[in-house]
Write a protein that binds this ligand. Sequence first.
Ligand code: SF4
Length: 471
Amino acid sequence: MAKLITKEQIAEQQRFIMKLREENARRAQEIGHAPLALTETYGCQQNENDTERIRGMLRDAGFEFTDDANKADVVIYNTCAVRENAEQKVFGRLGILKHIKEKRRDMIIGVCGCMVQQEHITEKIKKVHDHVDLVFGTHALYKMPSLLYKAMTEKKTVVDIAASDGAIAEELPIMRSDANKAWVSVMYGCNNFCSYCIVPYVRGRERSREPKTIIAEVKELVKSGCSEISLLGQNVNSYGKDLETDIDFADLMRAVNDIDGVRRIRFMTSHPKDLSDKLINTIAQCGKVCKQLHLPFQAGSDKVLRQMNRGYTKAEYLEKIEKVKKAVPNISLSTDVIVGFPTETNEDFEDTLDVLRKAEFDNIFSFIYSRREGTPAAKLDFVLTEEEIHRNFNRLLDTQNEISLKKNTEYVGRVEEILVDGVSKNDENMLSGRCDSSKIVNFKGDKSLIGKYINVRITEAHTWSLNGEIV
Ligand code: SF4
C-alpha cells in the first residue's frame, strides 16, 4: 500500500503558505498590486494536473496570475523528460528569462517536474543557468511552499530533487483549469521500464491512491459543477495492484460511473498488456464511460517490441484491438507510435504501417525516437540514417492522415452530443467542443453555450476535426 505524506508534513507546508501570504501582502503594499506568478507546463496530463496543484498553492499564498513573463514575480516551469525537444524548449525559455531577470533582480525563477529529477539536468541548470532560484523534482512538489519561501527570503538557489519512497501527497490545494472537466490522478509512477522511457526513473514505482479518496475527490468535483472526469495514471489499468483492498481499475471506473452528476468518464494511459477482458467489458457496459480508448502500440515489429520491453507481440496487440472493437462497436481508438527506435530497420517499420492499417486508429500521436540518457535503449546503435527515419515518419503521417479522414467521414450525418469548450482556435466565429469519442467538433453558436452539453449534427469531416450544426 502506498505511503501518504503525513498530516504534519502537509500542515508544515500550510504554515509556509501563510508565511508567503504575509510576505506577499507586504509586497503588495509596496508595488500596489498582488505579486504575480506565471506557470508553464510541458508534457503529459499528469504534469497539467501537477501544475493545477502548484497554482492552487500559489493562489493560497496570495499570488495572482499573469501570462507575461515581463510582469511575473515568480515563474515556475513544470517540465517533461520524455523527449529531448521539450527539454530544449525549457532551456530556451530560461535563456530569455535571464535577460528579463537582469532588469528585475527580485524575480524568482523555478524549474520543477520530471526533467529536473534527472541529476545531470540539474547540474547543467546550476552551471549554465545560475539565474534559476528554485529547482524541485516530482517527489518534492508538495514542498513547494517551503522551498519557494526559502528562495524568496534567503536569496539563494534552493534545490530539492531527492527521490522519495514514493509517498502520495493528498489534500494539496488545487486550482482547476476547467470548470466542467477535471483530471483526477488515480495512481503515480510506472513499473514497466520500457527500454526507451525515462518515466519510471523520474516518477518512481507505481503507487495507487485509495479508492475512497478518489471517489471523494470526484464527488467534490461534481458538487462544484464538473461533469467530465478523466482518470489519470502513467499505466492506469494496473491501478490497484499495490493496494490491500481487492480493487482493480475496472472496479474503480464502475464506482465512478455510479456517482450521480458524473456525465462522462475518460481515462489514460492504458498499457496493452494490462488491458483485461474485464476492463473491456466495463467500458462497454458503463454508460458514462466514453467510447474511446488510447492504447499505445509504439512499434509493429516483434523484434523492436521485444527490445522496447513492451511485453506483447504485434499479433497480441491486434487481437486486443479486435476484442475491443467487437465489445464496443464504434469505439474511437488512438495510439502512440515511435519511429526510428535504434534497432528498427525499414522492414520493421513496414510492420508499424501494417498495424496502422489493420487497427484503423482514429488518430495517432507519433514521435521520432528521442534518446534518453540513463535508459537501456540509449546504449543501442542506430540502424537507419536520420534521413531514412524522417522518410518513414512522413510515410506514417501520410498513411494515418488518410485513415483519420476516412474515420471522420463516417461521422457525417450523425448527431453527436458535444460538451462546448469555447471559441474555436481556428475561427473566432465558431464554437468548439468534443463529442463522446473526443473528436473536436466546430460549429456556429452563441457563446452562452460554453460549458453546456448540446446536440450537433456532423456536416463535414476533416483530418483532425469535424464541422457541424446545432440541432
Ligand atoms: S508504460 Fe513504458 S512508456 Fe509508459 S510510462 Fe511506463 S515505462 Fe514509460
